[in-house]
Write a protein that binds this ligand. Structure first.
Ligand SMILES: Cc1cc2nc3c(=O)[nH]c(=O)nc-3n(C[C@H](O)[C@H](O)[C@H](O)COP(=O)(O)OP(=O)(O)OC[C@H]3O[C@@H](n4cnc5c(N)ncnc54)[C@H](O)[C@@H]3O)c2cc1C
Length: 538
C-alpha cells in the first residue's frame, strides 16, 4: 500500500537505485535539467564513514557542472609534496616510482585532491533533495525489476514494515554499489581481474599537526605493505595489507591497529582514530552496461583496488555520461540509440584504469622478498634519474563505438578548461561562458561561417560557440587554451557535456563538426522528418 501523497513518487523519467555519491550526482544532473527523478535507497540514514579519500580534476569539473564547487570548493585539499606528491617506496624507504599528482590539470582544477567522503555526500544529498523534481526515498530495498518497450517497473520492500511498493520510470540507473541487486536482477555478469587483497583502512585526525613530505606514499615493503594518504583537510589515512599469518579479526583489534600505526609515528598521543575497517580490494567490471532501459553506473559497473584513487571518479564519469544522454532523449533532441555507446565508451575507459590500478596493486602487495628485490632492481633501473623522472597518471580515451568524430586522433580525449576573462568577469570557462556543449575556436575565423540554423540548433541543445584569444572578448588569461590547441595541433574543438572531445579541426571545420554531431545525435530519431520540415535540422 502506498501512503497518501506518495503517488507523485511513483512515476519518474529516471529511477535511480542507490543514494551513494554516484546515484546522488546523477539525480542532481538530471534534476537540474528538469527531469523527474526518483532515487530509491535501502538505508534510512546516510552511510556515515569515508571510503574514497582522493578525487581528481575531472571529477571536480563534473562537480562544478553540478553546482557543487561554487559553495563547497573548500571540501577539497589539492595534492602537494615532493616528487609529484605520489610516491612508491620499497621496504628500505628507497623511491621506486613517483607519479605527478601535483600538476595543474587540464580540467581547471588540481590534478588530485584529498576530501572527506561523508561531507561530500551530505552536500550532494542536500542539493539533490532541494531540486523540486527530485525525490529521495530512503528505507526501500529494491528487489524486483521488470521492463517493456516503454518503461521500467521496480518493486521495493519498505524496511520499516516489510510492505511492498512499485515505482515506474522511463529509464533506470542502477547505482546500487558493488553487490548491485539490479545488475543481478537484469542478468548482467561481471568479469574479474583476478586481483584480491584484504586491507585494513584506518582514518584518523592528527593531533600534532605533523606534516608528511608526500601526499600519498605507498610502502611496497614485503614485510608489511602499507599506504599513507592525506584524506582531506585536517585528516589522514593509513592502510595496511593483511598478511596470511594474520586473520581479519586479529587485524581489526584496536591494539593491533595502534601497533601498526606506531610505525608511522601515529600514537594515541598524536592521533585520534575515527574508524578502522578491513576491505577486500578487487578488480572487476560488468560485461555489459545496459539491458534495455536499465543502465549500470558506479561500483555496480566497475570495481578497482583504490591505489590510484579512481573508483569514485570513474563513477562520476558514468553519471555525467548518462545525464547528457538522458536529457537529450527525454527532450526529444536525440534518438535512444545514443545510449548504445554509453557502455562501449565507458567500458574501455575504465578497463584501462582498472588495469593500471591492478598493476600498481601487484607492485605494492608483493610479499615474497626475492620477487620484491627483483621488482626493486627493475623499478630502480627505470628510475635512472630519481630527481627528474616523475610519470604522469593514466589518461585513457573513450572506447568505441563512441559519439565522436571518426578518424580524429583527439576525439574521445579529455578536453580543456582554463581561466578566462570576459566582460569584466574572471573565472573558469564553465562559470564565465558556460555551455554544456562547447565549440571553442582559437581565432574568429575558426568559428565563423557557421550557418544560422546550425548554430540555432546547437544552442537549442545547450551549446555555446566561443572564440578564446589573447586579446578578444573572451581572453585566455593563463594561455591554457593556446597550449592545449598547440599540443593537439588544432584550432577548434567541439567538446561534450562530459568534457570529452567530440572532434577537433582547423579553420573552416567548425560547421562540419556540428553537422556530424547533429547526425550522430539524431540518428534514427522517429520524428527526424518533422524536425527537418520544421527547419530545426539545418
Ligand atoms: C577503502 C577504499 C578506498 C577508496 N578510495 C578511493 C579514492 O581515494 N578515490 C576514489 O575515487 N574512489 C575510492 N574508492 C572507491 C569509492 O569509494 C567508490 O567507488 C564509491 O564510493 C562508489 O559509489 P557508488 O555510489 O557507486 O556506490 P555506493 O557508495 O556503494 O552506493 C550504493 C548505494 O546503493 C544502495 N543500495 C544497494 N543495494 C540497494 C537496493 N537493492 N535497493 C536500494 N538501495 C540499494 C546502498 O545502500 C548504497 O547507499 C575507495 C573505496 C574503498 C573501499
Amino acid at each position: 500500500m502506498n501512503a497518501p501523497g506518495e503517488e507523485a513518487d511513483k512515476a519518474a523519467d529516471v529511477l535511480i537505485v542507490g543514494a551513494g555519491p554516484v546515484g546522488l550526482l546523477a539525480a542532481i544532473l538530471l534534476g537540474r535539467g528538469g527531469l523527474r527523478v526518483t532515487v530509491l535507497e535501502r538505508w534510512p540514514e546516510r552511510y556515515p564513514l569515508p571510503r574514497a579519500c582522493t578525487i581528481d580534476h575531472e571529477a571536480l569539473r563534473i562537480l562544478q557542472s553540478a553546482g557543487v564547487m561554487r559553495d563547497h570548493a573548500d571540501l577539497f585539499e589539492p595534492s602537494r609534496g615532493e616528487r609529484g606528491g605520489y610516491q612508491i617506496r620499497n621496504g628500505d624507504g628507497v623511491l621506486l616510482r613517483a607519479i605527478n599528482w601535483n600538476r595543474p590539470a587540464e580540467s581547471g582544477w588540481a590534478n588530485t585532491n584529498g576530501f572527506y567522503q561523508p561531507d561530500l555526500e551530505a552536500v550532494l544529498e542536500e542539493m539533490a533533495v532541494a531540486i523540486p523534481t527530485v525525490r529521495l526515498r530512503r528505507g526501500v530495498l529494491v528487489d524486483g525489476v521488470s521492463q517493456d518497450a516503454h518503461s521500467v517497473t521496480v518493486r521495493a520492500t519498505r524496511s520499516a514494515d516489510g510492505s511492498l511498493e512499485t515505482f515506474h520510470g522511463t529509464f533506470l540507473i542502477a547505482a546500487d554499489g558493488a553487490n548491485s541487486a539490479v545488475r543481478e536482477l537484469v542478468g548482467i555478469e561481471t568479469e574479474d581481474a583476478g586481483f584480491e587483497a584484504d586491507w585494513l583502512v584506518v582514518d584518523y585526525e592528527p593531533l600534532d599537526g605533523g606534516e608528511w613530505d608526500a601526499f600519498v606514499t605507498q610502502y611496497a615493503d614485503p614485510r608489511q605493505p602499507a599506504t599513507a594518504v592525506k584524506s582531506g583537510p585536517g585528516r589522514r589515512r593509513l592502510e595496511f595489507m593483511r598478511r596470511e599469518s594474520v586473520t581479519v579479526g586479529e587485524l581489526s583489534r584496536t591494539d593491533a591497529v595502534w601497533e601498526l600505526m606506531a610505525r608511522h609515528g601515529a600514537t594515541p598521543e598524536t592521533a585520534r582514530i575515527e574508524r578502522h575497517a578491513v576491505y577486500t580490494f578487487h578488480g572487476r567490471w560488468a560485461r555489459r552496461w545496459r539491458r534495455g532501459r536499465v543502465v549500470l553506473a558506479g561500483d555496480a559497473a566497475h570495481l578497482m583496488p583504490p591505489f590510484l584513487g579512481q573508483g569514485l571518479c570513474a563513477g562520476f564519469r558514468d553519471a555525467t555520461a548518462l545525464a547528457w544522454r538522458f536529457l537529450l532523449i527525454e527532450r526529444g533532441q536525440a534518438a535512444e540509440s545514443i545510449l548504445d555507446s554509453y557502455g562501449s565508451e565507458r567500458g574501455a575507459h575504465v578497463r584501462e584504469i582498472i588495469d593500471e590500478a591492478v598493476a600498481i596493486g601487484q607492485v605494492i602487495c608483493e610479499l615474497d622478498p626475492i620477487r620484491a628485490a627483483e621488482r626493486d632492481r627493475r623499478m630502480l633501473g627505470e628510475l635512472h634519474d630519481p630527481a627528474a623522472i616523475v610519470v604522469e597518471p593514466p589518461h585513457p580515451r573513450l572506447g568505441r563505438p563512441s559519439i565522436t568524430e571518426d578518424g580524429d586522433d583527439n576525439a574521445g580525449r579529455l578536453s580543456v578548461q582554463g581561466r578566462v576573462e570576459a566582460g569584466g568577469a574572471v573565472g573558469l570557462f564553465d562559470d564565465v561562458v558556460g555551455g554544456s556543449w562547447q565549440l571553442i575556436g582559437l581565432d574568429p575565423e575558426s568559428t565563423a561561417s557557421i550557418p544560422e540554423p546550425l548554430s540555432a540548433w546547437f544552442e537549442s541543445i545547450g551549446g555555446s560557440i566561443t572564440t578564446v584569444s589573447d586579446d578578444g572578448f573572451v581572453r585566455d588569461i593563463d594561455i591554457a587554451y593556446r597550449a592545449w590547441f598547440d599540443l593537439h595541433r588544432c584550432r577548434v574543438v567541439l567538446s561534450r557535456p562530459d568534457f570529452y572531445v567530440f572532434g577537433t579541426g582547423g579553420p573552416g571545420d567548425a560547421a562540419g563538426l556540428l553537422r556530424d554531431l547533429r547526425d550522430q545525435l539524431i540518428g534514427d530519431l522517429a520524428d527526424r522528418h518533422e524536425l527537418l520540415t520544421e527547419g530545426a535540422l539545418p
